[in-house]
Design a protein around this ligand. Structure first.
Ligand code: B1M
Length: 210
């Protein structure tokens, strides 16, 4: 039987080569591609998220685990496409205009990928119109924004406004986060969701894309 638990354990330990070897072995043994993703990689990333939330893991451990996840995904992605496995939903993510902080945003993107989402990462300093056009082009269900500066937070409101003007209001959900951002602020600007950390961001995105 394929060692799916072993894939998860190697991912949690951040062992990139081990994850790749075990994913290949599982596929060679005829394991179902979706099962390798869900019970191996995603299951492992879920544990990483929980540990991060509980302060048992810090940013470096998450980044190393995410790198191991990526190694597994590189092998699995073409097979998933062949098998017609659809992502949970598509999320367009970026750090808002004027803001160059991307460590937290990258963590959120990685955790979302780990949660089975297709993630379109627009990078940093992303103007409202770029969020809008990417959401339209990619047929995204969620637009996710990060801001680390109190001076760039208002850009989030500008994106919400631009999305409404483009007719995406209510159709494409908006979630926001970043150190100075709060649930109150999300309510104030009419965002659909807020998450305080990368692991909770996956839960929020799951709720919003249902
Ligand atoms: Co800057 N910086 N920085 N900085 N920087 C802060 C944010 C600051 C708090 C430092 C301080 O003064 N104490 C301060 C902001 C003050 C404020 O506005 N309240 C600040 C400032 C002022 C600046 C500059 C203006 C400094 C200057 O030039 N005078 C300048 C601005 C540049 C710009 O953006 N235009 C600047 C520049 C930089 C660097 C380039 C040097 C570098 C960024 C490198 C990079 O990101 N590639 C940097 C850094 C590293 C920091 C600190 C030290 C660390 C930020 C970080 O990466 N944290 C930061 C001080 C601090 O926080 N201790 C600071 C780790 C990261 C994992 O956490 O990003 O909060 P965080 O992400 C978390 C959650 O917030 C959440 O999940 C993540 C994981 O749990 N989250 C989301 C984030 N996005 C989310 C989205 C979601 C959901 C959850 O849904 C969509």
């Amino acid at each position: 039987m394929a060692d799916l638990q072993g894939i998860a354990s190697s991912l949690i330990a951040g062992k990139r080569d081990e994850v790749a070897t075990k994913v290949r072995a599982a596929l060679d043994e005829g394991a179902n591609v979706e099962e390798v993703l869900n019970k191996g990689l995603i299951a492992g990333m879920q544990v990483v998220g929980e540990k991060f939330k509980n302060n048992e893991f810090y940013v470096p451990e998450v980044l190393i685990a995410a790198r191991a996840m990526k190694a597994g995904m590189e092998i699995l992605s073409p097979k998933l496409k062949d098998a017609g496995v659809k992502p949970v939903a598509t999320v367009v993510i970026g750090t808002v205009k004027g803001d160059l902080h991307d460590i937290g945003k990258n963590l959120v993107a990685m955790m979302l990928q780990g949660g089975g989402f297709e993630v379109v990462d627009l990078g940093t300093d992303v103007p409202p119109e770029k969020f809008v056009s990417a959401a339209q082009e990619k047929g995204a269900q969620v637009v996710a924004m990060s801001a680390l500066l109190t001076t760039t937070m208002p850009q989030m409101a500008n994106v919400v406004k631009a999305m409404k003007e483009a007719g995406l209001g209510g159709k494409v959900k908006v979630m926001i986060g970043g150190a100075p951002v709060t649930q109150n602020y999300a309510d104030e600007i009419g965002a659909d969701g807020y998450a305080p950390d990368a692991a909770s961001a996956v839960e929020t995105a799951q709720k919003l894309s249902k």
